[in-house]
Design a protein around this ligand. Sequence first.
Ligand SMILES: Nc1ncnc2c1ncn2[C@@H]1O[C@H](COP(=O)(O)OP(=O)(O)OP(=O)(O)O)[C@@H](O)[C@H]1O
Ligand SMILES: [Mg+2]
Length: 462
Amino acid sequence: MTTGPRLLLIEDESDQRQLLQELLTLADYRVDACADLQQASDCLAKQVYDLILSDWKLQTGDGLAFFREQIQHKQDCAFILMTAYGDVSHAMQCLRIGLDDYLIKPFNKQQLLFALARSLQHRQLQQENSRLHADISQRHQLVDLIGAAPSMQQLYQRLDRIARSSATVLLNGESGTGKELAARAIHQLSARRDNPFAVLNCAAIPETLFEAELFGSEKGAFTGADRKLPGKVSAAEGGTLFLDEIGELPLSLQPKLLRLLQESSYQALGSNKECRADIRVIAATNRDLQEEVTQGRFRADLFYRLNIVPIRLPALRERQEDILLLARHFLKTFADKHQIPAPVLLPDAIKRLAQHPFVGNVRELRNVMERLLLLHDGHRVDASALEQYLQLDQQNSISLDYQLPAVGIDWEQHERSLLKQALEQADYNRTKAARLLSLSYKTFIYRLEKHQLIPAEKSDEQ
Ligand SMILES: Nc1ncnc2c1ncn2[C@@H]1O[C@H](COP(=O)(O)OP(=O)(O)OP(=O)(O)O)[C@@H](O)[C@H]1O
Ligand SMILES: [Mg+2]
């Protein structure tokens, strides 16, 4: 039995109909032949066709009018008209209304088969195109990044495209917008995906240890270096090195990174052996690096070397339509993780969610949803229930109304304790710890130094 394209043939001349049916069946088409438009409509109601081949002037109807009707009903197949009365201007007119081809009788077998094959191919390409288009315009996710807003579609396209190269990428965006997820997505979509993804958080490494962390160190390279240690560059060999919070990289270290980017070569601390690096560098910052350059805090040459492909992550308030999508995604993720059924957000809660400013972007939304899942009693969440979970962040940090005890406090001790707690909570990431106390990075470092709290910090490895 043939599995070729399905073809509906409409021809009122019985000899011609039979001849065409035999010829097309031999050419592997699955043909249903009709003598009039009523029969054709019945066939179309029961069967999906790849092609309709119809005579123009039928005894009981007009093949062209029938095509127009089918096109209006979005019948998604190829249309070919046959006629003994045609001329070029009529043919042009037919093609303009959406017909795929036009055959003037008499035509030979080759002409017929060629017209059918070409029309089918054309249709297939069109269908593929519109499917691809639909895929792109409806993408809700790229690797672990969630979002369907137009700004996310644009982001996905850029990440997809850039992943195919090994170009340096600079990711910019407010805190919590998904810069690290975007970096991981680039890595996952690239040819380097089976090799490591190493992370160096420039804000979490003391200046004195940075070079060793990045390039590795020989035994005895500095006090306490009792063995040879690999750095992040060699940990990322063949893969991707993610330099997070690049805006915090001290000026004194910037030339070393520039050399790595320009020459793909480096030396471990305490060694004079030149090593080659096969890595792709992705850097991220929530600072305006251009402004940092103007202020003299970031080297212009390093900025231009990093800024080859700048990609900006949109803030959550710029893509409000994604708030609900993300909220449901997190509820489901945490419900699976904690093995608790996910509660349902009622319409007024959904409305309230859309009004929240989410200054902490997706991270804040994620935290609110996890808290809600863990603390909420009941299966439904209304606006007032949601309110408590939305407010917790603000109560805990900004508007903590501290009551000074009557006996007073030891201010220095209090400050020291808060600094330590912030460091611990932020997993020794100083930028994040500073943010927890609403201090600028510089002020925070100044206070750490004052209390001699500059610790041996942890880097954020994957
Ligand atoms: N588009 C997104 N889809 C799903 N989760 C997201 C998205 N954006 C951010 N998140 C989640 O929010 C949290 C913060 O994301 P991420 O660490 O990538 O942000 P960031 O921009 O690097 O923030 P920071 O500047 O504070 O380091 C993570 O838990 C991440 O999983
Ligand atoms: Mg980050």
